[in-house]
Ligand binder design. Structure first.
Ligand code: G4P
Ligand code: NA
Ligand code: NA
Length: 191
C-alpha cells in the first residue's frame, strides 16, 4: 500500500537491524485517516470472503482492526493480554511467546465474543515471529471458529512469522512488506 510505505519512509525510525519504530502514526500516536484507509484496504483484499468478526490483540492492533471492522460492517474483538491469570471456564486463553522479550504472555478472549462456526479475520500491526497470530489461531480453533486469513499492517519478511503461518495454510495479506533494514533505511520487498 503506497500511502503506508510513504508514511513509513517519512516517519518510521529504524532501530538496529530488526526494529522499526512507528510510534507517531501507529504504536502510540495514531493517524485516524491512515487507519481508515488501511481498514478499507483490508476489506477490499478480503472482499470475497464472508466475514463475521475481526479479531486482534491489544493494544496496537486495535486501531487498524476497528477500521477494518467498520469497513466490513462487523464487530471487532481484541484479545486482552495478561502476564498471569486466574483461569476460568468463561475465557479462551492462548500462550504467546515473545522472542524479543523472552517471556510468555497469555492472550484472553471471553467466550461470549467468538461463536462456533463464525468466520474470523485476524488483524495485527506487525508480523515478526508470528506468535501473536498463532495465539489468535489457537483461540479461534478452541472456539470452533474458522479463520479466513490474517491482515498485517507491517510484515518483516526476514523474520519467521510468514513461513510459520503459510505452513498452516493461512492466507496472509500485508499492507507493507519489509525485507531488510540497511544503514538505517527501510528496504521494501517487491510486491
Ligand atoms: P510476533 O507476534 O510476530 O511473534 O512478534 P514479537 O513477539 O517478535 O513482537 C513482540 C511485540 O513487538 C509485539 O507488540 C509486536 O507487534 C511488536 N513488534 C515486532 N516487531 C516490531 C517492529 O519492528 N517495530 C515495532 N514497533 N513493534 C514490533 P506487543 O508487545 O504485542 O505490543 P503492542 O501491541 O501493545 O504494541
Ligand atoms: Na502487536
Ligand atoms: Na506492537
Amino acid at each position: 500500500m503506497k500511502l503506508l510505505e510513504e508514511r513509513i519512509e517519512q516517519d518510521g525510525r529504524v532501530i538496529g537491524t530488526e526494529l522499526l519504530k512507528v510510534d507517531n502514526f501507529l504504536n502510540h500516536q495514531v493517524d485516524p485517516a491512515l487507519m481508515e484507509a488501511m481498514g478499507q484496504e483490508f476489506a477490499r483484499l478480503f472482499k470475497d470472503e464472508k466475514i463475521d468478526r475481526v479479531l486482534t490483540v491489544e493494544s496496537s492492533g486495535i486501531a487498524p482492526a476497528v477500521f477494518t471492522a467498520l469497513a466490513l460492517n462487523v464487530p471487532m474483538v481484541f484479545a486482552r493480554k495478561k502476564q498471569s491469570l486466574t483461569l476460568t471456564d468463561d475465557n479462551y486463553v492462548a500462550d504467546v511467546y515473545s522472542f524479543t522479550k523472552q517471556e510468555t504472555n497469555h492472550i484472553i478472549v471471553d467466550k461470549r465474543f467468538i461463536q462456533a462456526g463464525e468466520r474470523i479475520l485476524l488483524i495485527d500491526d506487525f508480523l515478526a515471529n508470528g506468535q501473536a497470530v498463532q495465539g489468535m489461531l489457537e483461540i479461534a480453533k478452541a472456539a470452533q471458529a474458522e479463520v479466513v486469513g490474517a491482515g498485517i499492517v507491517i510484515e518483516k519478511t526476514f523474520q519467521k512469522g510468514r513461513a510459520l503461518l503459510n505452513e498452516q495454510g493461512l492466507r496472509v495479506e500485508s499492507l507493507a512488506r519489509i525485507k531488510a533494514f540497511e544503514n538505517g533505511k527501510v528496504i521494501f520487498a517487491e510486491a
